[in-house]
Design a binder for this molecule. Structure first.
Ligand code: URA
Length: 237
């Protein structure tokens, strides 16, 4: 049974996705398992699905957003709606190629409430949803082991850094990732936040996003310059 009410299952105490996360799985297996996750109430929202991360399993940079939006939920892919299009432009201007990045979200379901008619209105996930969904994010990042993780906005920051995260204070700085991860973190605005800025200021907000992504690109270049060349040996003919 599904519901569309604001105070229905999406308000029930979120628990944890952990029991649904298979151990030792590769990314396609994780994605397939996530499709039946019932680790929090969001899976009960009508007509939604899990939108898992996508990108090469050896991506050296991962970007983490908040949750899929309406279009992402319909298409089953992250960052393919208006915020995704803006992100694509910003990545391009920062010299990054989306096809080489892993894109995912802190929360894998679209949390919404019904507006007039068929409209589905985005609702920010609660801290409990973020916590419940964290095992999926941890599993993705543990498999990919990116050198740089770009945190897009407050929800991703809370998932990765915790409740002390403040995007305005922490954006644009390289921060150490969790001990043992080998990753560096760089936070920036969420592309939807740029879209919400009224036109007089939107160009500056977009330029700020590009500048932060360019710092992430520079940090990645510095890391890869220090990495040993690929150990893949050429096959002997
Ligand atoms: N906003 C996000 O945080 N993620 C998406 O995939 C789309 C919009």
């Amino acid at each position: 049974m599904t519901t569309q009410s604001t105070d229905g299952p999406t308000r029930t105490a979120a628990t944890s996705a952990a029991p649904w996360v298979p151990r030792g799985a590769d990314l396609p297996t994780l994605a397939a398992a996530a499709a039946s996750c019932a680790g929090c109430g969001l899976h009960q929202l009508a007509d939604t699905r899990t939108v898992f991360g996508e990108g090469p399993p050896d991506a050296r940079m991962a970007l983490v957003g908040e949750q899929p939006g309406d279009i992402e939920d319909r298409r089953g892919r992250p960052f393919v709606g208006p915020a995704g299009k803006l992100l694509d432009r910003a990545l391009h201007e920062a010299g990054l190629d989306r096809d080489q990045l892993y894109l995912t979200n802190a929360v894998k379901h679209f949390r919404y409430r019904r507006g007039a008619g068929p409209r589905r209105i985005h609702q920010t996930p609660d801290a409990a949803h973020v916590r419940a969904c964290r095992p999926w994010l941890a599993a993705e990042l543990n498999l990919i082991r990116p050198a740089i993780v770009v945190i897009l906005g407050a929800t991703a920051g809370q998932a990765i850094i915790g409740p002390s995260f403040r995007v305005t204070r922490m954006r644009g700085q390289l921060l150490p990732g969790p001990p043992g991860s080998g990753a560096q973190l760089l936070a920036t605005l969420h592309p939807s936040a740029v879209l919400r800025v009224d036109p007089p200021g939107r160009d500056a907000a977009f330029a700020g996003l590009v500048a932060d992504l360019a710092k992430a690109a520079t940090a990645l270049a510095a890391v890869t310059a220090q990495e040993p060349p690929s150990t893949t040996s050429p096959t002997s003919a």
